[in-house]
Ligand binder design. Structure first.
Ligand code: AMP
Ligand code: MG
Length: 402
């Protein structure tokens, strides 16, 4: 049995940032930039109006009562064809470029139109309601760094900076195989002793959320030759993940079958609860993660190890977003395994939130995980803890989002 940190270090040592590919900016949501992105243009490209009103020379409109000649109009997306002469005004709309010579906007609320004459009701100063060229950003400014996950805002910025094609990390492909005679695919009605194979579905959703591409290998029964055939389907992938059959029972065939196919075992069993019987190695050069079948165990293993592996392949930092919270219940001393307790936020008596561990933590109880807000993480040999003490937590919503 090795420590969680040791297991993680060995897994990550087997992973490098993956190759790049080029995608169109309209198809790049949630992809990870492989290179810095500099603005190819300034925003706005020219000085533009921030309001609807009249483009003027400030010196012509420095008092109430000044009268200007209206000589035309300029909407957004057009140019006024000639320079503005002394005493002239041009009707202008938000986002439209200022005519040459204009240096202020007299907003329509501060002017009165009398035929072709604009009467100033409030004086303007130079630069008022003018957005200078490059106000948002200048050409050449490095707006996004390599390793940025393109969320809605970053995507908008990339497009605004004038990029059509982006160099991103290829999404790591993760083969997912569920094992067990008792399993039926999600959506089917299990008869008798069967249960629904939920792990593959959960893993696929996690892989997608983390930026990878799931490759579903379905369900293999607990039969060496069928398991072998299923494992051989894992081609052209970056990771192989299995669920079930990783323990010491007579039907736990994953390790032996993978060994027949040449698995180079790095370790088996990690000092964690849930998730102890984790297998890691390389199968025909591909990092291989054999997760336990219990849905809570395998999901926690995915959160701790698979997420880090996918993020490393994407060139993202692998650390989990640990934070702290106040404990709501006393906890006894922990043993030699790192503990991941399902827990929920509850309102504390003094205001603020506390975390309350679920009373039962059996690793088959997926409903408690599905409804938990956090995993309360206790190091090996953590001494007894009392309500009111601060403890380390992982917020599941954050962890599952990326
Ligand atoms: P195993 O690790 O194969 O001994 O499985 C441990 C427990 O997890 C058993 O109760 C299995 O029925 C259950 N299990 C195994 N695979 C899955 C799966 N894909 N989805 C849900 N439960 C599973
Ligand atoms: Mg099994």
């Amino acid at each position: 049995m090795i420590a969680v940190e040791e297991a993680l270090a060995r897994i990550l040592a087997a992973v490098q940032p993956g190759p790049r590919e080029v995608v169109h900016v309209t198809a790049a949501h949630r992809r990870v930039l492989a290179e810095d992105l500099a603005a190819r243009r300034s925003q706005p490209p020219l000085a533009v109006s921030a309001m609807d009103g009249f483009a003027v020379r400030a010196e012509d409109a420095d008092r109430a009562g000044c009268v200007l000649q209206l000589v035309g109009e300029v909407p957004a997306g057009r140019m006024f064809g000639r320079p503005l002469a002394a005493g002239e005004a041009v009707r202008i709309f938000t986002g439209a470029p200022l005519p040459e010579g204009a240096d202020a906007i007299l907003i329509q609320e501060h002017a009165r139109l009398e035929g072709r004459q604009v009467v100033v009701e409030r004086p303007v100063e130079r630069g008022r309601y003018v957005r200078p060229a490059g106000l948002d950003f200048e050409r050449g400014w490095v707006g996004l760094r390599a390793g940025t996950r393109l969320d809605a805002r970053a995507l908008g910025l990339a497009a605004a900076m004038g990029h059509a094609w982006l160099s991103v990390r290829r999404r790591p492909r993760v083969a997912i195989l569920s094992t067990g005679d008792e399993l039926v695919p999600p959506g089917e009605t299990p008869g008798g002793t069967a249960i629904v194979a939920t792990n593959g579905l959960t893993f696929a959703a996690l892989v997608e959320a983390w930026g990878g591409e799931p490759v579903d290998l379905g369900i293999a029964p607990d039969d060496p030759s069928k398991l072998r055939a299923a494992l051989l389907e894992a081609r052209a992938v970056d990771f192989i993940v299995t669920s079930g059959g990783a323990s010491v029972g007579s039907y736990d065939l994953v390790q032996a079958t993978a060994a027949d196919l040449g698995l180079e075992l790095a370790f088996w069993k990690v000092a964690m609860r849930p998730g102890k019987p984790l297998i890691f190695g390389r199968l025909q050069g591909i990092p291989f993660l054999g997760f336990p079948g219990n849905p809570v165990s395998s999901t926690v293993c995915a959160i701790v190890f698979l997420r880090a592996a996918i993020r490393t392949a994407l060139g993202l930092p692998a650390e989990l977003p640990y934070s702290e919270a106040v404990l709501d219940r006393d906890l006894g001393a922990n043993d030699e395994r790192q503990d991941f307790l399902r827990a929920n936020f509850v309102a504390g008596a003094e205001g603020g939130w506390r975390v309350r561990p679920a009373p039962l933590q059996d690793s088959s109880m997926f409903a408690t995980l599905a409804r938990a807000d956090v995993l309360l993480v206790r190091p090996p040999f953590d001494p007894p803890r009392q309500a009111g003490e601060r403890v380390r937590i992982l917020e599941l919503e954050r962890v599952l989002a990326g």
